[in-house]
Design a protein around this ligand. Structure first.
Ligand SMILES: [Zn+2]
Length: 228
C-alpha cells in the first residue's frame, strides 16, 4: 500500500506538461545503463581537461523545476574536493547524489537508491570513492569520535582485505598508498553490500534495468577510474 502511494505521488511529481521535460522523460526511459555510464565517463574526461559543456544554470533550473529525470544515482564520500556534478560535467536534474563520509551504504542510502531507480527511473548506481580519503585513513587508524566511530567501523572490512592481500604495505593512515588501496576495496565492498542488502536493486540489475558500478576519483588528475 505504501509503495502504491509513493508511486502515485512520484508519478504526479514527474508528470510535467513542459515539453523539454517530457523529452527528458522519454530519454530517461529509453537510455540503457551502459549508455549512462559512457555519458558520465565522457563528462569526467571533459572535466579532467577543464572543458565542461553543461547548460547554463538558469536554463537547467527552469527546465528541471518542471520535473526531474535523473539517469544515475551516485553514492559519494562527503569530501569537499569531490564535487560530484562537476566531476561528471552534469547539471541540475541530471543525477541523484547521496553523500556520507567513506561512501558506505546504510539503510537510508539504500532506500534512497531504491527510490532513485525503482521509482524515479535512474539507470545507473555508482559508488564513488576517492584518493586521500580522510574517512578511510581514520578507519585504518581505528579513529574514534562520536557518531563517526560507527561510520569508520563499516570501512574496516576493506582495511582487513588490503592488509591481508598487501602485507608489504605499511597499514597506517599516513600511508597514502595503503589508504588509496583501502578506498578502492571499500568501493568494491560497498557495491557488493548494495547487491546483497537490497533485493530490489539486485533484481533491477539482474533484469538489466540498471547497472551497479564502482569508481575511484583521483583528487589530483580529476579522473574517475572504474573499479573492477
Ligand atoms: Zn573521503
Amino acid at each position: 500500500m505504501k509503495k502504491i502511494i509513493f508511486s502515485a505521488t512520484f508519478a504526479l511529481a514527474i508528470t510535467a506538461s513542459f515539453s523539454l521535460a517530457q523529452v527528458s522523460a522519454d530519454r530517461q526511459a529509453t537510455i540503457t545503463p551502459d549508455a549512462v555510464l559512457t555519458k558520465l565517463m565522457k563528462g569526467n574526461a571533459r572535466f579532467a581537461v577543464n572543458s565542461p559543456s553543461i547548460q547554463s544554470v538558469p536554463t537547467r533550473r527552469e527546465i528541471s523545476a518542471k520535473g526531474q529525470f535523473p539517469k544515475a544515482v551516485i553514492l559519494s564520500c562527503l569530501d569537499s574536493r569531490v564535487p560530484v556534478e562537476q566531476v561528471f560535467d552534469v547539471g541540475i536534474g541530471d543525477v541523484f547524489v547521496g553523500r556520507v563520509a567513506g561512501n558506505i551504504e546504510d539503510n537510508d542510502q539504500l532506500g534512497s537508491m531504491e527510490f532513485a531507480t525503482k521509482l524515479a527511473g535512474a539507470k545507473l548506481v555508482m559508488v564513488l570513492g576517492h584518493t586521500a580519503c580522510g574517512a578511510v585513513a581514520g578507519s585504518v587508524d581505528n579513529a574514534r569520535l562520536g557518531h563517526l566511530t560507527g561510520i569508520l567501523k563499516k570501512i574496516r572490512p576493506a582495511v582487513n582485505v588490503v592488509k591481508k592481500n598487501s602485507p608489504d604495505i605499511k597499514p597506517v593512515g599516513s600511508n597514502g598508498e595503503f589508504v588509496d588501496k583501502v578506498a578502492e576495496e571499500n568501493v568494491r565492498c560497498t557495491v557488493k553490500n548494495i547487491r546483497h542488502q537490497s533485493p530490489i536493486l539486485a533484481e533491477l540489475e539482474k533484469s538489466g534495468q540498471i547497472k551497479i558500478v564502482g569508481g575511484m576519483y583521483d583528487l589530483k588528475s580529476g579522473r574517475v577510474t572504474l573499479v573492477k
